[in-house]
Design a protein around this ligand. Sequence first.
Ligand code: ADP
Ligand code: MG
Ligand code: MG
Length: 880
Amino acid sequence: MTDTYVYAFADAAEVPRELLGGKGAGLADMTRLGLPVPDGFTITTAACVHAMHSGGDWPDGLAAQIDSALAALEQRCGRRLGDDAAPLLVSVRSGAAVSMPGMMETILNLGLNDAAAHALAEETGDARFAYDSYRRLLQMFGEVVAGVGAHVFEHALTRRKAEQGVKLDTGLSGDDLRGLCTEFKRLYAEGSGTEFPQDPREQLRLAISAVFRSWGAPRAHVYRRANDISDDLGTAANICQMVFGNRGEGSGTGVCFSRDPATGEHVLYGEFLQNAQGEDVVAGIRTPEPIERMRELLPGAYEELVATVERLEKHHREVQDIEFTVEQGRLYMLQTRTAKRTAQAALKIVREFVAEGVITPDEAVLRIDPAQLDQLLHPRLDASVEAEPIARGLGASPGAAVGAAVFDADTAAARGAAGEAVVLVRWETTPDDIHGLIQAQGVVTSHGGMTSHAAVVARGMGKPCVAGVESAQIDEAARTLTVGDVVVREGDMITIDGAAGTLMLGALPLVAAELGEDFAAIAAWADERRRLRVRANADTPEDARRARELGAEGIGLCRTEHMFMAAERLPVVREMILATQDAKREAALAQLLPMQQSDFEAIFAAMAGLPVTVRLLDPPLHEFLPDRTALAVELAQTEPSPERARLERLADRVRQLSEQNPMLGTRGCRLALLHPGIYAMQVRAIVRGALAAAGRGEAAQIEIMIPLVAYAEELRRMRELVEEVIAEELESAGRELEISIGTMIELPRAALRAAEIAEYADFFSFGTNDLTQTTLGFSRDDAESAFLATYLEAGVIERNPFASIDMDGVGELVRIGAERGRAARPGLKLGICGEHGGDPASVAFFHGAGLDYVSCSPFRVPIARLAAARAALGATGERR
Ligand code: ADP
Ligand code: MG
Ligand code: MG
C-alpha cells in the first residue's frame, strides 16, 4: 500500500500539522468550523520531502491521488479544470509547518488557457476580469515555473498602462488585457524557450513541482537560517478553488489581524484593496486602504469578517493573521495563522489573554519567545532632542534606528555584515531582500502599507520600519531618496522612528528602552516558575546595577582583567610584570592593591545581599604589554640613552612572554602558579573590599573563582594560597566572613576529572566560551572570520556553537562534569557563565543538566529569566 499524500480540506482536520503545513491545517480547521472557505485539498510535506531527495521525482501513488482528489473537487464544484464552458480555476499554494511568510511560491488562476479564458469571459460577461486573471497566471507561472523575471512582465504592463493613459491596472479594458495576455505569452516563450502550457493538468503538475522546489530557494534558506528552522521539513502544496477579488467594485481582497500586531491593542487591524487579487495587497502595487473603509464599501462582508475574526481568535486562543477575499459581496476566508508581532505587542496580548481567562499564566510564559525580548531593549529616540522629520509614513514596526542609507539589499547585507549601521531604503521590499533586512538596523519604504512585506518582516525581526513614505521619491539606480528639495544619498546618515513613522536626517541620539509593565507582569510569572537562578556577567558597578534592575540574582562572572587595563594603572601593571626582583614586584602589587580593593568594594555594594563570583586574573601577561612590532619601530627610532635601555628591556620581556598560541598558553591558574603574588594581591583586595562593604551593611556573598584548571593539583595549590590570604586578612581585621572558593570548568580534562577537582571546589562554573573553544579545538575569532559561515551555510553544523551550546559535544562535557562533580561532593553548586547563559536553547539544556544557575550579560538577563521558566514548564532547546 502506498502512503497517503493528499487530503481534502474537509477530511484533514485530524492530520498532523507537520504534514499539512500551517496553511493547510488552517484551511482544514476553518472548513471544519463551517466558515466560508473555498474547497480544495492539501498535498503533504512528506511528498515534498520525497521529491527533495529524489531530484524532483514524485513518490509512487502521488499523481494518482492528485487525480482522484481533483476529480472529487470538480464534482463538488460542478466545474472542470480546462472546461470550455465552466472552467475550474485553482491556486497552488505553498505552506510549511513553521510559518515562513512570503518566502515560497504560490500560483493563482491556474487552469486558464486561451479557451478557458474565453469561456470565463463569456460565462461572466466580464472580459476584463477574465483576461486580468489570465495575465496574472501567465506572469506568476512564468516567474515561478519557467524562471522568467518578474520585471519582464511588469515592464510590459507599465508600458501598456502608459499607452492607454491609465494609472492603475484596474483602468485597463478587457481588450487591453487580452492584448497583454498575447504579449505575456510571447515574453514567456522568449524568456524560457518553451511555450506556456495550454494543458491545465500539465500546468498543475508543473506548478506543484515548482512549489516543492521553492522550499529550496535561496531566500527561503536564508529565512530558515535566521529563524532556526530545519531545512528538512519541506512544504505542503494546497490546491484551492479560486475566488475572485478582481471581479469589479463589489469585490476585493485584504489582510487583517485580530489585534494590532505592532502595539497589541485589541482592535481589528488590517488593509483592504478593492477590485484586486491576492498578492496585490502585500506587493504594494496599489497602496491599500485601512480595513475600516471596507465597512463603507462592503458593509455586509465587513460585518461577517469582524465576527469571523473574533471567532477564529477565540478558537485558536491566539492572535490571528487572516487573508480574505470578497467576491461580489461574498466573503471567503483564505488563510489564518498565528500573527507575527512585536515583543511589545506579544507581551500586552498575552497579559490580556490571561486577564480575559483565555490562557493560564503557564501558557502565557510559554507563548513569549524569549529571544524576541531583545527588541524591548532596543533604543528609542531621545525625547528631549527636537528634530524635524523630513517625511512621514506609517509607523509599521516600533523602535528607532540610525544608520547610513543604502538602497539595495546586497549593499545592506555587505555593509551591515562588515559592522556598519545601515538603514535599508526601498520602494518596497520583496522576499529577495531578506539578507539585506537581516543586516539592516531598520527599513524605510515609500510604498506599501502596514501589511506590506517590509512591515511584516521587520515586525517579525523586531526592527524598526517606516512604510509607505509616499512623499519620498526613491531612485534605486541613482541611489537617492528625495523629499522636496532634500536629497539623501547613499551613505548619508538617517534616523527613523518606527513607532511615529518618521524619517529624519542625521544620526539622532537614542536612549535605552524600558521593559514596561507588561513585561514585569509576565516576568513575575516566569520567576515563580523557574528553578534556574539567573545571574549576570558584570565587571563594573554600573553593569552590576543595570543587571540588578533587569532582575539578575547575583554576578556569575566578575572578570578582573579590565581592572588592570585602566590608563592610570597600566604603567604599574607593567612594572609588576617587568620586575626582575621580588621586592620590585611586591612594590608594584602593593600599589595595585588599594585600586583593586575599591573596584571590588563598589561591585559588592551594588550586589549587596546577592552572590558575586570573582574570577582571578585570567589572560596571559603579555596582553598588558605593548605590541611587539610597535616596540621594534620605537626602538629603531630611539638614540642610545637610558630610555632606549628601558625600551630594550621591555622588548626582551615581550619577546620572552609572547606565545605561539596565547589562548592555550600561560594563563589562568598557570600564571598564578608561576607568579602567586598576583592572586594573593587580588584575594587581599577582595577580602578588604568585602569587609569594607559589609561594614556599611552592604555585604555580598563572595565566591572566588580560579580559572583554567585542568588538574586537581592546580586547584589544591590555589585553594591553599587563597585560604591562607583570607585567613591572614580576617585575622588582622579581627572579623569573620564566609567566602567560598571554586573553579571554572573550561577545559575538557577538568570536566572529565570533575570528581577529583570537586574535592577542592565549593562550586563549579562552566566557562562555556572557552570550553567550546577547547573542546572543538578552534578559536572563536578565527572560526567566525573564516570557516564557520561556510559550515553553517553548507549544513555541516546547524547552529553557531558559540551562540548556542553544542549540546552533543560541549554539552556532554557539561553533563559529565556536573554528574561527576556532584557525585564526589553532594550539594556542589553548579553554574555556567558565558554567552550561552543568555541563549534560550542553551538555557533549556542547562536546566536539563541540573545546573543551579546561568550567568549572562546584563541585557540578556530578562531573556534568561523567561527561558528558564519555559524550560521548567517543559520547553526544550531543540530546533524546530
Ligand atoms: P503566501 O503564503 O505568500 O501568503 P498564499 O498561498 O497565501 O501565499 O497566496 C498568495 C495570495 O493569493 C494571498 O493573498 C492569498 O490570499 C491569495 N490566494 C491564494 N489562494 C487563493 C484562492 N484560491 N482564491 C483567491 N485568492 C487566493
Ligand atoms: Mg498567504
Ligand atoms: Mg576562560
